[in-house]
Design a binder for this molecule. Structure first.
Ligand SMILES: [Zn+2]
Length: 296
C-alpha cells in the first residue's frame, strides 16, 4: 500500500498519519507463525494496521526477511524473531518500494543486506509525493536486480522474480522453492480490494496478466503469503484474480458506454463484490481506482 492523492481522500489513513509522524504503533503486537518448511510469517495479533506481511526464512544459516514493515516496529519484529531463532537477520528482500514494506530498512539495513528490484531503489531514492519522502541512503537496497535473483539460504533456493506493472513497477514475487511457499508482495491482497499504484507504474491489466502467469507456476498445494491479509493458497489467489477480471470488465464496459465515474458509483456497479470492501477500500473507492486506471 501507499497513499496517493486518490487514497488520501478515501482511506482509513493509517499511513497518512505515519507520514505526518502521528501513527501510534504502541498498540501493535506481532507474532511469528509457521507457514511451511523453513518459512514463517510475522502476523498481527492486534487489529491496528502494521504494514505488509513479513515472510521469514529461518535455519542454520540465519534469517532472511521478506519486507520489514515500519521502522518503529523493528524492536517488536526482532522480539518475534527471537521466539523462533537465535540467529541474526542476514538479508532483507523488499517486494516493492512502498513504505509499509520498506520503512524498516533503516533499522535492518544496519545489520543485514537489503535486496530489491532496481526500480524499488529508484523509487525509494526519488520518493513519491508527501506520503513517502525520499529514503535516507542507509535505508536503500544495496543489491538490486532486473529480472530475477536467488538467495541460497537455509537449505533452499529463495528465488525473487520481477513481475512488471502490477501493483507497481517494482514488484517481485518470492519463491521458497523447497518449503513450497510463495510471498506475493502486494500483487495479492487476500480477500480485500487491492490498491493499484498507477503513479508508481502499476495497472490492473498488468496485475491480471501477472496473476495469470503466476497461477500457472504456483503449485496447487503451495502456501501463499499475500502482501496484506491472511496466509492463503492458490484457491484464494484464483478468487482474487476472478474478482479483478470481473470488476475491471464492469468498469471498462461503463467507460465504453460513456458513463461518468459518478454514474457508475450511483449505479453501484460493484455491489456484488461488497465482501471485498472490508479492507482499505470501499466499493466506490475501488470503482474510482479502476476508472482512473482504465480511462488512461
Ligand atoms: Zn504496496
Amino acid at each position: 500500500m501507499r497513499t496517493s492523492a486518490l487514497t488520501l481522500a478515501v482511506m482509513a489513513l493509517p499511513i497518512v498519519a505515519l507520514a505526518q509522524g502521528k501513527q501510534d504503533f504502541s498498540k501493535v503486537q506481532v507474532k511469528a507463525t509457521k507457514v511451511a518448511g523453513q518459512v514463517y510469517v510475522i502476523e498481527d495479533v492486534t487489529p491496528e494496521f502494521s504494514g505488509g506481511n513479513i515472510g521469514v526464512s529461518v535455519g542454520a544459516d540465519g534469517i532472511a526477511l521478506i519486507d520489514d514493515k515500519f521502522a518503529p516496529l523493528a524492536n517488536k519484529i526482532e522480539a518475534a524473531l527471537k521466539t523462533i531463532s537465535d540467529k541474526p537477520v542476514r538479508f532483507v528482500i523488499n517486494t516493492h518500494y512502498h513504505g509499509d514494506h520498506t520503512d524498516g530498512n533503516i533499522v535492518f539495513g544496519q545489520k543485514s543486506t537489503i535486496i530489491a528490484h532496481e526500480n524499488t531503489r529508484k523509487r525509494m531514492l526519488a520518493g513519491a509525493g508527501k506520503d513517502q519522502p525520499p529514503a535516507p541512503p542507509a535505508a536503500l537496497p544495496v543489491i538490486t536486480f532486473e529480472d530475477k535473483l536467488s538467495v541460497h539460504i537455509n537449505g533452499e533456493e529463495v528465488r525473487a522474480i520481477h513481475f512488471p506493472s502490477g501493483h507497481t513497477d517494482t514488484d517481485v514475487v518470492i519463491f521458497f522453492t523447497k518449503s513450497n511457499v510463495v510471498h506475493m508482495g502486494d500483487d495479492f491482497f487476500n480477500g480485500i480490494f487491492p490498491f493499484i499504484d498507477v503513479d508508481g507504474g502499476g495497472s490492473v491489466k498488468g496485475l491480471i496478466a501477472n496473476l495469470q502467469k503466476l497461477l500457472e507456476q504456483i503449485p496447487a498445494d503451495a502456501k501463499i503469503i499475500p502482501g496484506h491479509g491472511a496466509v492463503a493458497t492458490a484457491k484464494e489467489l484464483r478468487a482474487f484474480l476472478t474478482m479483478l477480471k470481473e470488476t475491471s470488465a464492469i468498469v471498462e464496459a461503463g467507460i465504453k458506454a460513456k458513463k461518468t465515474l459518478d454514474q457508475l458509483k450511483k449505479e453501484k456497479v460493484l455491489a456484488k463484490y461488497d465482501a471485498w470492501a472490508k479492507g482499505f477500500f470501499k466499493a466506490d473507492d475501488f470503482i474510482e481506482l479502476l476508472y482512473k486506471d482504465l480511462k488512461r
